[in-house]
Design a protein around this ligand. Structure first.
Ligand code: FBP
Length: 349
């Protein structure tokens, strides 16, 4: 009997190279059910959007009319970047003729966008921030995209998306794409956190790491200290504490996705607290803080508004904001302890 040649490429790496996102999701769900197939197909379209945005970003500096502002202001009152519009349209385009996602809601659109040909069969809504860290786009620094997948429950006849105003525990899937030295997609469907790296030679997102666990503590604290005098005394005291204690280091990239990715891999805490001017902070619940909270909790971390878990917060409107304290368990708990102490003291206890 002839002995079987061991293949030149060790089994595990060929298998890994073939572990695309859609295959990994079906593996995660141990099922080929219609729901599993839908989630796998949705994630595949999100991956396509990531490839298109990554390609545009990598060549933006050589192309005309791709960087800079459009002159418009979005529903957040922010000046819109041309890349924001491009990326927003890419996420819509990849779901056309899909029969999957009936409705999309994003940071760049006042109301949800409907893809009529996908409704009513499409039973899913995609919530997304097409370009997170817009202030970094024109200077070639890291940016990201954030996404969350939800079941469409209501008929939403007035098109306002009222059925989306529920807590974050209803998210079926969530994640982000970080456009850095390489393009990486990190996702969860409630079964751990996994990362995929875009291999440009294959044009495929390939499995990089499975079941990522965030360290219980890390040296990094990430926040815009330029807002120091607008913060509550509790947050100021926490900042004074990390200034005075060994073992802490400040890292703030201006892009939430980049800062969260660092903390997911190395531990630590990211804070965007409320300010006197904006007590609810800057970051939006449905397509920024809730998706990241789902992901970080799945990796063994924690996410709160300082008082309650982000995933328990029910938004009162589509573009509702929430203060965010997210990252390693120990570090988020430390910030929360400063807030509780201050509350106790101000109640005279
Ligand atoms: P965009 O989605 O519009 O980019 O806004 C979010 C964001 O840029 C985050 O990525 C980042 O953490 C934060 O705002 C930066 O805000 P600030 O400039 O106030 O520190």
């Amino acid at each position: 009997m002839t002995s079987i040649q061991t293949p030149a490429i060790p089994e595990y790496s060929l298998d890994r190279e073939c572990t695309t996102l859609s295959r990994h999701i079906l593996q995660q769900l141990h099922s080929f059910s219609p729901e599993a197939q839908d989630l796998s197909a949705i994630m595949n379209r999100i991956a396509l959007a990531g490839k298109l945005v990554s390609r545009r970003l990598s060549r933006a500096g050589l192309m005309a009319d791709v960087l800079g502002f459009t002159g418009e202001t979005n529903v957040q009152g922010e000046s819109v970047k041309k890349m924001d519009v491009y990326a927003n349209d890419v996420f819509i385009s990849v779901f056309k003729q899909s029969g999957l996602v009936c409705r999309l809601a994003s940071e760049e659109m006042e109301k949800p966008y409907y893809i009529p040909e996908n409704c009513p069969v499409g039973r899913y809504t995609l919530l997304y921030d097409p370009i997170d860290g817009s202030s970094n786009v024109d200077i070639n620094l890291n940016v990201g995209s954030i996404f969350a997948i939800r079941q469409q429950t209501g008929d939403d006849l007035d098109g306002e998306g009222a059925d989306l105003l529920t807590d974050g525990r209803g998210q079926l899937g969530a994640g982000y794409i970080v456009y850095g030295p390489s393009t990486m997609l990190v996702y969860t469907i409630g079964n751990g956190v996994h990362s995929f790296l875009l291999d440009p030679s294959l044009g495929e997102f390939i499995l990089a790491q499975e079941n990522i666990k965030i360290p219980n503590h890390g040296p990094v604290y990430s926040t815009n200290e330029g807002n120091f005098w607008q913060w509550d005394e509790a947050i100021r005291d926490y900042t004074r504490y990390v200034h005075r204690h060994e073992g802490y280091t400040a890292r703030y990239s201006g892009a939430l996705v980049g800062d969260i990715h660092r903390i997911l891999m190395q531990g630590g805490v990211f804070l965007y607290p409320g300010t006197m001017k904006n007590p609810e902070g800057k970051l939006r619940l449905l397509y920024e803080t809730a998706p990241l909270a789902f992901l970080v909790e799945q990796a063994g971390g924690k996410a709160s508004n300082g008082v309650k878990p982000i995933l328990d917060i029910v938004p009162d409107k589509l573009h509702a904001r929430s203060p965010l304290i997210i990252g390693s368990n120990e570090d988020v708990s430390l910030v929360e302890s400063f807030i509780q102490d201050h509350k106790r003291r101000s109640n005279g206890n």
